[in-house]
Design a protein around this ligand. Sequence first.
Ligand code: GLC
Ligand code: CA
Length: 532
Amino acid sequence: MLCEKYRSQLRWVIYQIYPRSFMDSNGDGIGDLNGITGKLDYLKDLGVNAVWLCPCYKSPNDDNGYDISDYRDIMDEFGTMEDMDALIAALHARDMKLIMDLVPNHTSTSHPWFQESRKGKDNPYSDFYYWFDEIPNDWEACFRGSAWEYDPVRGQYYLHSFAISQADLNWNNPAVVKAMQDTVDFWVDKGVDGFRIDVIDMISKDFSTNANGFGPRLHEFIHDLFGRKKTAHLFTVGESGVQDIDEMIRHCAAERNELSTLFLFDHMECGRTGKFTPRPDTLKSLRDYLVHWQQETEKHDLLHSLFIENHDQTPIISRIGNDREKRYESATDIAAMVYLLKGIPFIYQGQEIGMTGAHYDSIDVFDDIESINYYRDFCKTMSPEEALAKINFGSRDNARHPMAWNGGENGGFSTGKPWIVLHSRYQEINVEKDLASGRSVYRFYQALLALRKANDVFLDGKMDVLSAPEDPYFVFTRTLGTEKWVVVCNFEEEQKIELPFSCEAPVLANLKRPSADGVYAPYECAAAKVLL
Ligand code: GLC
Ligand code: CA
């Protein structure tokens, strides 16, 4: 049985916004807080009751806000603190929650803490970062190159797990822990309801190992942040490289007072080897990961997070679905596979209209620091065309193009020139067109979320898998008391799927056709109540 706090958080449906690309309210080509406030009814209609904002804090934007220079102020391009207060009020007026992105592992090197720290060993901020005379190991940065950078001002090396301008904070210094607690409390006092915590597994390090993260004090630090009375009510989800259930239990078991849940990434590797290399994968492997984690989290009374896209990933239908002829079918089929399981749904902007990956003929239109650095390295061993194909497949920009609200000028995102090129398919795939079509991905998501909301069986009900591992489809039931529902999700091929019981007519289905014969079209899905 889930604890009471987790049971209530299970009712949250979270929509992730990349503020820079969601809606521009003042025509400068950059999405902003007022743009988000203006779209809350669109989200409410979808069935969402919480919003997670990627970082909105002051930042030089080398990594689009994940390089923070002031945790307590709003990025100029996004608006003001008054705009943030208004957004929080507008959310709460609609009974919606706000989740902020907390980035505790690193700051921008333009943060005053770093500017002070680099001045020398006598400075009060001297130990806010990791400084070494000699590089202590050969760790690499996630955005390529060495994770160590020489700072000529201080005459020492500092650690940066990501860009050179993102210096890792030294959590072994109690003043850093205190500063981050104060940051959390500042936003709690503003009324935020939860946090998504960036690379939480990296805040404790052991320099003698060959991997950055999961250091010996990780759980102590998480507890320092969220195990306090002031933070006990929050919803917290950590971005983490956790790969086994025991480790997840240590993070998320209710009695540990650490995190509500984690974003795990096993299933995100479906369809590729590393970020930039496609592999012929199928929905089968997605299903197997989903089943594995569903069963484990259920067994151990953990709160599970259901997500398949975010701002770092190419949309799923371009990774393992069919983003051309069967775009609607595969987008909705995958939604049923994932979001009728037990856990908190996270929906990334654009996912609700079946947005796909983009395609460009030149590296010049890419903005993402990771993509650009990888392209440069790829070009050392392959042709520019091959390198560009990899970037087109895996670039984080695939998820960062302006939200396509309509097929008109700038996709309805802005009256000015957008900060990044429009999605290459925005005229074909946009909100206006989706809503007007008889095959609307948005309407399917809306119906799915309404079904979850109306039937507790989709929240609390036990999940049982009916399909066998070799079956090219996914069939599962959810059972609560005397109520049982079945969900059938077919994969790529048409086939007959027989059920061991009879059902009422489907309440949710992506194809409107009589399927009483048990033959399912490619990517067809349906959810129905079982007749007991
Ligand atoms: C996380 C974020 C990513 C960011 C990185 C560094 O992985 O999701 O966007 O670049 O952390 O903060
Ligand atoms: Ca703007």
